[in-house]
Design a protein around this ligand. Structure first.
Ligand SMILES: Nc1ncnc2c1ncn2[C@@H]1O[C@H](COP(=O)(O)OP(=O)(O)OP(=O)(O)O)[C@@H](O)[C@H]1O
Ligand SMILES: [Mg+2]
Length: 232
């Protein structure tokens, strides 16, 4: 196995606010890993550390076994890690197709092209020339996922991708995540929806107050032990 993403002893800050207190985590090629935890524990800050949005004051992040001295979004993407940000971040002035094409800036080869994304999400093709922000919430999430796939990542980090979506859409996305993983990408799924976690992930990390407090394999038939780590 080879390591796609490795956090070793990461301490991360926003200004003077110390948010992550020595995070260790690792995702290997082809893995499906969940990152769970209540609101405000630092899940997004883990992704933001990789993007350079939160400042790292101690520890090392390695992407595809390359230590990153000064994290930046384009560095993560060009080394094979794409992020679907919490809240989607669809660019309002760009069409659906233009939003998708943005994702290919790192110019990495692989199975994911505009036509492959349209096959995965036919609704995006139907709405290719409308503004990205004119889509419904579920469709915007599909666009954000498609845009990340356009980087042909080895690992895709999904930050609460089902937040605010209807159960029928969540169901559809679970199948999509499994399909994407079957095509070869590893997944790091930041989620509070445990039934989705059970359907997609094989292993988990649980975060509390900026630290990993539990980790292990997931038994999809018994996720009761994970409930203590998410909001009631
Ligand atoms: N830009 C920022 N500046 C200062 N503090 C921040 C900033 N963004 C987040 N925080 C704080 O950092 C802590 C961790 O936030 P983070 O967004 O990582 O949590 P989270 O686990 O992703 O929560 P959620 O489930 O609500 O998305 C919180 O206390 C939050 O208020
Ligand atoms: Mg978050």
């Amino acid at each position: 196995m080879s390591s796609l993403l490795k956090f070793e002893g990461i301490h991360a800050y926003y200004g003077a606010a110390h948010i992550l207190h020595g995070i260790d985590l690792e995702v290997e090629r082809g893995e499906r890993v969940a990152l769970i935890g209540r609101n405000g524990v630092g899940k997004t800050t883990i992704a933001n550390s990789l993007l350079g949005i939160a400042q790292i004051k101690a520890g090392t992040i390695s992407v595809n076994q390359t230590p990153i001295k000064r994290p930046r979004p384009y560095i993560a993407t060009s080394l094979g890690v794409a992020i679907v940000p919490q809240g989607r971040c669809i660019i309002a002035n760009l069409s659906v197709e233009e939003n998708l094409v943005l994702g290919s800036a790192a110019n990495r080869a692989g199975p994911w092209t505009v036509s492959a994304i349209y096959k995965l999400f036919p609704i995006l093709q139907e709405r290719a020339h409308t503004p990205g922000t004119a889509l419904s919430g579920g469709q915007q999430q599909m666009l954000a996922i498609g845009r990340a796939l356009m980087a042909n990542p080895d690992l895709i980090i999904l930050d609460e991708p089902t937040e605010g979506l209807a159960p029928v859409i969540i169901d559809q996305l679970a199948d999509i995540f499994n399909h994407v993983a079957d095509q070869g990408a590893a997944l790091l799924l930041i989620e509070q929806n445990l039934s989705l976690v059970a359907r997609v992930a094989r292993r988990y990390y649980a975060v509390e107050k900026g630290s990993v407090v539990a980790q292990g394999t997931i038994d999809p038939d018994d996720i009761s032990g994970l409930r203590t780590h998410i909001a009631a």
